[in-house]
Design a binder for this molecule. Structure first.
Ligand code: GLU
Length: 268
């Protein structure tokens, strides 16, 4: 089976070096194996996604010398497909309405309850009412229906999605699909065989593996990579003051050289 990878940025801001690193890793993984590299724009969040960021992302990738195969896939054009997947889970009786506000969830999570901040299930058995709500997956009901939930990272079976924590949000008041649902549906729809992305999404993979089992989707291999860090060891992110790729481009930095340095770091 030929390899297919993807880079899937959310156009809610400008890309920085961490994104460049991730895009290069996914791109090179496919190219080194004669496979395909896809670009997917994860713009389901209508309030935070901006068309100008999409244009900048595309320019950034070209500046780095990365070419993707086929058309760019925009999640905002696929809301009906996510709604159908949501409906299927609904029919399986695995979703419930959650009426909690962000403030209520934050307060519930501040109580001492162990190391992992998970939604405490406040609304799991709440009577239905006519009020704004999101849809959550009843994880305790979902996992036993799934069978084998192991998955591989860097070629080794490392995890079992039965460890998936908490009732994640699958659709929101203002967005018909959450990141978890859209990413799972699209990786399958695009035939992605190998998900190359940052280690910060390792825990999310448990959720994606559960959704694949419930929706009977193919299971890719995962290759979570380390995250670029600044000199102080902290993760390189915008709030860290790291320049965006666009800012580097604007002052005349050579994108090919940036890509070469990131690749040299990979080997070194
Ligand atoms: N859209 C996500 C982000 O920008 C990445 C999704 C993924 O690689 O699974 O963080």
């Amino acid at each position: 089976m030929s390899v297919v990878t993807r880079f899937a940025p959310s156009p809610t801001g400008r890309l920085h070096m961490g994104h460049a690193y991730s895009a290069i890793r996914a791109h090179d993984f496919a190219r080194e194996r004669g496979g395909r590299f896809l670009l997917r724009i994860e713009d389901i969040d209508g309030t935070r996604s901006r068309p100008e960021h999409v244009a900048t992302i595309i320019e950034d990738l070209r500046w780095l010398g990365l070419k993707w195969d086929g058309d760019v896939l925009f999640q905002s054009a696929r809301l009906d497909i996510y709604a159908a997947a949501l409906e299927r889970l609904h029919e399986m009786g695995l979703l419930y309405r959650c009426y909690c506000t962000r403030a209520e969830i934050a307060e519930a999570l501040s109580a001492p309850h162990g190391a992992v901040a998970v939604y405490p299930g406040t609304c799991r058995h709440a009577p239905e009412r006519d009020a704004p709500h999101c849809w959550r997956l009843d994880m305790a009901a979902a996992v036993p229906r799934c069978g084998d939930l192991s998955w591989t990272d860097h070629g080794r079976t490392v995890a079992n999605a039965a460890l998936a924590q908490g009732d994640v949000v699958l659709a929101r008041k203002d967005a018909p699909a959450s990141y978890h649902l859209a990413v799972t549906v699209d990786d399958a729809a695009q035939g992605v065989t190998d998900v190359v992305r940052g280690r910060d999404l390792f825990e999310a993979t448990h959720v994606h593996r559960v959704l694949q089992a419930l929706l009977e989707l193919p299971v890719p291999r995962w290759w979570h990579h380390d995250l670029l860090t600044g000199e102080d060891g902290a993760r390189l992110a915008k709030r860290h003051g790291a320049p965006t790729l666009a800012a580097m481009r604007e002052v005349g930095v050579d994108g090919g050289e940036v890509a070469a340095k990131l690749r040299a770091g990979l080997r070194g």
